[in-house]
Write a protein that binds this ligand. Sequence first.
Ligand code: ADP
Ligand code: MG
Length: 707
Amino acid sequence: MPYLSSPFSFATMLLEQNIMYLKGVGPHRAEKLKKHFEIQTIRDLLYNFPYRYVDRTKFYSINELSEGMDYIQLRGHITDFDKPEGEGRKRRIKAYFTDGTGYIHLVWFNGLKYITENYKVGKEIVIFGKPSFFNGQISIIHPEIEVVSSTQAPRQQIVPRYHMSEKAGGVISQRHLTEWVSNALEMLSGRISDPLPASLIQEYDLIPLEQALRLMHFPKNAEDVATARKRMKFEELFFLQLEILRYAESKKSERGFYMPRVGTFFNSFYSNYLPFALTNAQKRVFKEVRNDFISSKQMNRLVQGDVGSGKTLVAFLCCLIVIDNGFQACLMAPTEILAEQHFNTLHTFAQQLGINIQLLTGNIKGKQRKSIEEGIRNGEINLLIGTHALIEPNVIFKNLGLCVIDEQHRFGVKQRAQLWKKNTLPPHVLVMTATPIPRTLAMTLYGDLDVSIIDELPPGRKPIQTFHYYYKDFSRVLEGMRSELKLGRQVYVVYPLIQENERIDLLDLERGFENLTQELPQYKVGKLHGKMKPAEKEAVMQQFAKREIHVLVSTTVIEVGVNVPNASVMVIQHADRFGLAQLHQLRGRVGRGAEKSYCILLTNYELSQHTRRRMQIMVETTDGFVIAEEDLKLRGPGDLEGTAQSGLPFNLKIANITKDADIMQQAREEASKIIHQHPTRTAQEIKAVYDHLNQLKDITTNYSHIS
Ligand code: ADP
Ligand code: MG
């Protein structure tokens, strides 16, 4: 790591100083800061941005307080303390506070000693907090208190509010943080150097770091906040993209396994067992992978293709080449059901070819697991299918040549980097995904991957027709189900399952199951949900695949990847409770055979406009990209973002991957320029940039195995 060994600039070192030595902190508080705020250095403190600001010029009086008020400020004194009540963690203390216009309660649940010692009865104080109303009584829980002193400097108008940790109790307050930030800024005044190149600052009209930090914590108005935030977001996203691109770049020169041979496994499969002609898109993507295999570089490729575009088959062909070249391959799926299904599909092929294929999930234990682990280690197993169990430390491959990662959006840069540890040379990596994601997310989550696109569905697919029905018209839905069942097709009925509410949801599913059993006496209705034992789930899936079950009532365990081409109807219960991307995935479970398929969205009649619009989008289009865009517009980034966050090399403190798309785009362009214009990284300004990046990596992660 050449850049780490170079000495950091003096100013950088100042920022890295242990917080303990900052005026007013000391070892005891430093310990608390570390434990409850993850603040260890001055940089951590200064980059711990306020989550909001409050205007503290205004004082209220108790008689004007009303329900629903946000944080308010009062000036008065405590008249009395009640004896502490309760034991242990329930212990609390109550004080009576007045400003002459009324009384309120102040309540604390911890830090009792500190409170009684510091806030004496009768002493003038300013309190700050959110009033709560109960039975006509107003209380403020854990108010922030300032003792009014005559020598005090005039108060600021706009005060930063930091996220507080309950447990930091008594020892660290908002005031402490504010004061320490102020001390740090004063101490470093004029000496905080900017990690961003001056040219960028100029081009994007950003303010320098020192000024930005000052304004982040002590703005004079909203405009200050905006200017400072813009600058800090740019910095954050710039370094994020620089890291992703640097990583991608370093991977390009990473040696990888050379796999030139097209051997008997592949040839035999291709000429004897291929169940259908490949689409042109499948052929093209396979060729792209083949090129990677003979490049002597490690492949890191993303295959994007809408649901049903036939990604599994492409993955299998790639595995065959790998096995032909004497390596092992593995395929990792996000759920057990999907892993099992992949196993079942590929098992048939593998057997015909004499390939040793095994399934490994968290449920496979004991002897069976031992024997699989042994087979992986000694190389007897050629192809391993499984869940995250595949990357557990005790799974050691003899010579893993390819890892296929299917539909795992939580498998970002960070997680993928773990795969290296499985080998001396990193395996080739193929990531497959159907859920189209917005560009900014893609370039963050998958920003280090080359992209292949399967933009063509297998021939003969009839578009799925989608209808939105209300529950009151359920008899018509039943009619439709009956007529499809009569034609020999199968039906999915999917219920939402929300964790917090699991019992009620399962009841709902149970009732639906019974109802359908009665309504469709001549057909076999099965059920499937996450609470069932793996063996039971497996059995039900098998029966459904063999057409022994005609109607499968299930939770979203079947959401991703499940493939039963004879199923032609997807009924989605409480469709309003699903996101668009999820509805799209679910709908993708039908329309996989040559028959015309239907998707029925069931909801109550009463719907918000927003929900009605979502249903309408599903009815109007089957284009995954259109749906992803609409989803983002309607729903905002929401959980997609959580997903992306978990795959990032750094945690973002201020920028938002989807909302700050424009800044992200600029940051990426600039990061890319730096990487390509300064391959040697020796120019002074560029060196400072990389110093900073390494510093960041050093403190935030230890994921990188290279550089
Ligand atoms: P996805 O891309 O969503 O993972 P799958 O790999 O599960 O899609 O394939 C969907 C269905 O299409 C499967 O039944 C598969 O056997 C079938 N299929 C794949 N490739 C072709 C092809 N070239 N022609 C016809 N059917 C195909
Ligand atoms: Mg799939």
